[in-house]
Design a protein. Sequence first.
Lengths: 113, 111
Amino acid sequence: DTAVSQTPKYLVTQMGNDKSIKCEQNLGHDTMYWYKQDSKKFLKIMFSYNNKELIINETVPNRFSPKSPDKAHLNLHINSLELGDSAVYFCASSPVGVWETQYFGPGTRLLVL
Amino acid sequence: TQLLEQSPQFLSIQEGENLTVYCNSSSVFSSLQWYRQEPGEGPVLLVTVVTGGEVKKLKRLTFQFGDARKDSSLHITAAQPGDTGLYLCAGAGDSNYQLIWGAGTKLIIKP
């Protein structure tokens, strides 16, 4: 069983469209994260959720809206996609906090044309 | 603002050589993690160092946490093509829910 899963793996879309990425973890972890990895491979935190509550929101445009319906899911909705949104988006989870191992999903490769 | 500077950004060496990757900061971290990321996949944890001066070994990989808990290094002995990947360091600092990430070291080991 995959510990942290993301769908879709690839997403190609036109500028201005709205898209969603789904994430699920079956590890029973309390904390989930969304990261953006750009073409230079820098991993940047976007959001952290602990027990469905938003903890960290790191200067992300409000076109990005995370939603955590329950502890095991953290979805990311993006409105009005822009060219600069093209990147790989990773979902991750950890038992409680960042001092513990973060388990990453396989990533969603988003290309905005 | 806490920062982690990782060096070198890119390293390409022959199989059998040794190498060291550095992760430096002016800030103190409660712990520091090293991850490896292979193409098309998410990062996977290699090791966590917690105590100042701590040394951990994972086969041919040796990880060290600085005495003051501001820096760390990863040394690979007799590198092999299977070591190829992106190595990332990440520090647990002021926030319980946000790691501070280095920019990564892309390592290529040529047969």
